[in-house]
Design a protein around this ligand. Structure first.
Ligand code: NI
Length: 522
């Protein structure tokens, strides 16, 4: 029940009591209820629907790639999410994110760059903060969990507004300025369908002309909310009224019963003026029940309505799901010399965090490690060449180097089912002749943890977590139990600093080098 109706009912109840007193006749009926009036349409004013709390919806959280960016120089922080495999949705989200980052760069005079922070930054917490897109703008900017430090700059926040069947809806809101003076505040909603790969805006849920058709019902709902009892049909809306409704349709979200959108303050109509309401002063959320909306929606909107409250059916993401190292700070963790009996446990830890790694495996273990190598491929990791049995390649003839590399490529590809594109020379030892004989690019590292020395977990974690910069390649080995033990803390430490963990191929933007030797991404 809305505030308006409660007000009206209170007035009617008082009138009923007064009538019974003055007439002195029938005794007041304790079961009396205020009369209700026939409703011209099912369209009604409702409280704004609450967004989904991803922390309480693990199936939804597991299906998306949450992204959190922070660059204090550009005075920007952003939370958003991507939906693996739904390219149109991700493109819309990315466009929105880049617009926000560009605006922040312009306002601050510093171009946004993917940035990491010291351990303890807390950036592993990346989910949308439920309800953040509904907060007052000043609160978005003032909250360090949501906005940039210092409460000045640009904050992008997100909320999941739909998760049913194969559909996900995301509202992204960008606020810039300061808590004292908000310079801009905009929001947009994108829907994705994991079944078809399609995406739609909130307005795209509606068919052309929906605003005109809905106009009279909306005016009727607003006047009923304001206390009117009139059953007279509202007049056809003027252009200003229709513009306000079209703008409202860009806020459309699904509800349990249909679709809802919010009319911004300042909405006016002759029927409201008759009630003394020249224009609305608060945002009003209007719900159109599914039956009433059915003829007014687009094909995409019809499928979203049909999904209704059905259980969320988007599968958990595999691997990184989505990466773009020009937006998020990336690091490639590389495990050498395996696979070993410690490798499956390492895969479990990576998988639990949506993190991926690259395994420079030995050809001699390919057949015996087939199940583990297959699992790496299935879970989005990358398998590359670390020679057959780990010789120092600079001691070998060109034919021996070629044999070490080629035999390993054949064995790893057969076992993993994934093409092998680059190699890592054992001990990092190579020369021009090695590279020529190998016939592929050498991937080295810029962060060496020396984990073969079996340092304490604290020392190993510090060596793996603190030195990396965006674009770094970190060397560890999946043949040491101490490294397997340290892996959860290494992963959490890198995520906490703001890193996205990617494969070497992703670190090179999907385009691995074909020659030369590389210590990090350019
Ligand atoms: Ni090695």
């Amino acid at each position: 029940m809305t505030a308006g109706r409660r007000r009206v009912i209170a007035v009617l109840a008082a009138a009923g009591v007064a009538a019974s007193l003055t007439a002195c006749a029938p005794i007041a009926d304790p079961g009396w209820v205020p009369p209700s009036w026939p409703v011209a349409a099912d369209v009604r004013v409702i409280a704004p629907p609450a967004p989904l709390d991803l922390a309480a919806a693990p199936d939804v959280a597991a299906s998306v790639v949450p992204v959190r960016l922070r660059d204090d120089a550009a005075e920007v922080q952003a939370r958003t999410l991507f939906l693996p495999g739904v390219g149109a949705f991700n493109q819309a989200v990315e466009d929105r994110l880049r617009d926000g980052l560009d605006a922040a760069s312009q306002a601050s005079g510093t171009r946004y760059t993917p940035t990491v922070f010291a351990r303890g930054a807390g950036l592993a917490d990346r989910l949308c903060v439920a309800g953040s897109t509904q907060l007052p703008a000043a609160e978005v900017l003032a909250d360090p969990a949501l906005g940039p430090a210092g409460a000045t700059g640009t904050a992008l926040v997100c909320d999941v507004v739909a998760a049913a069947g194969t559909f996900l809806g995301l509202r992204v809101r960008a606020v810039s300025g300061s808590a004292e003076e908000v310079a801009s505040d905009t929001a947009s909603i994108t829907y994705g369908d994991a079944a078809t790969g399609e995406a739609a805006t909130a307005a795209g849920l509606w068919a052309d002309g929906a605003a005109d058709t809905l106009s009279a019902d909306i005016v009727d709902a607003v006047r009923r909310d304001a206390g009117a009892l009139s059953l007279a049909p509202p007049s056809a809306g003027d252009e200003a009224q229709l513009d306000a409704i079209r703008a409202a349709l860009t806020t459309t979200v699904p509800t349990a019963d249909g679709l809802a959108f919010t009319i911004a303050p300042g909405f006016s109509a002759p029927e409201l003026a008759a009630l003394g309401v020249l224009s609305t002063t608060e945002p009003l959320t209007i719900e159109v029940p599914a039956a009433a909306a059915a003829g007014l929606v687009s094909p995409f909107g019809a499928r979203l309505l049909e999904a209704g409250a059905s259980p969320y059916a988007v599968p958990p993401r595999v691997g990184a799901g989505w990466t773009d190292c020009s937006l998020t700070p990336c690091v490639a963790l590389t495990y050498d010399d395996g696979p070993s009996r410690f490798t499956p446990g390492i895969l479990d830890e990576l998988n639990a965090r949506g993190a991926v790694a690259t395994f420079f495996a030995l050809g001699q273990y390919a057949a015996g490690g087939r199940d583990t190598l297959r699992r790496m491929t299935a879970e989005g990791h990358e398998v590359e060449n670390h020679t057959w049995n780990h010789p120092n390649l600079t001691d070998l003839t060109a034919a021996q180097v070629a044999s070490q590399i080629d035999g390993t490529t054949v064995a790893l590809e057969a076992a993993s089912g994934q093409p092998v594109r680059v190699f890592r020379p054992p001990y990092g030892e190579y020369n021009a002749a090695t590279l020529a004989a190998a016939g592929m690019a050498a991937i080295l590292w810029d962060v060496d943890t020396s984990d073969y020395q079996h340092p304490s977990t604290d020392v190993l974690v510090a060596r793996a977590v603190d030195p990396p910069r965006p674009g770094s390649i970190v060397l560890v080995h999946d043949i040491h139990e101490s490294t397997a033990v340290a892996t959860p803390r290494i992963l959490d430490g890198l995520l906490d600093r703001g890193f996205t963990l990617v494969t070497v191929r992703q670190l090179f933007d999907g385009d691995l080098p074909t020659s030369g030797a590389w210590r990090r991404a350019p």
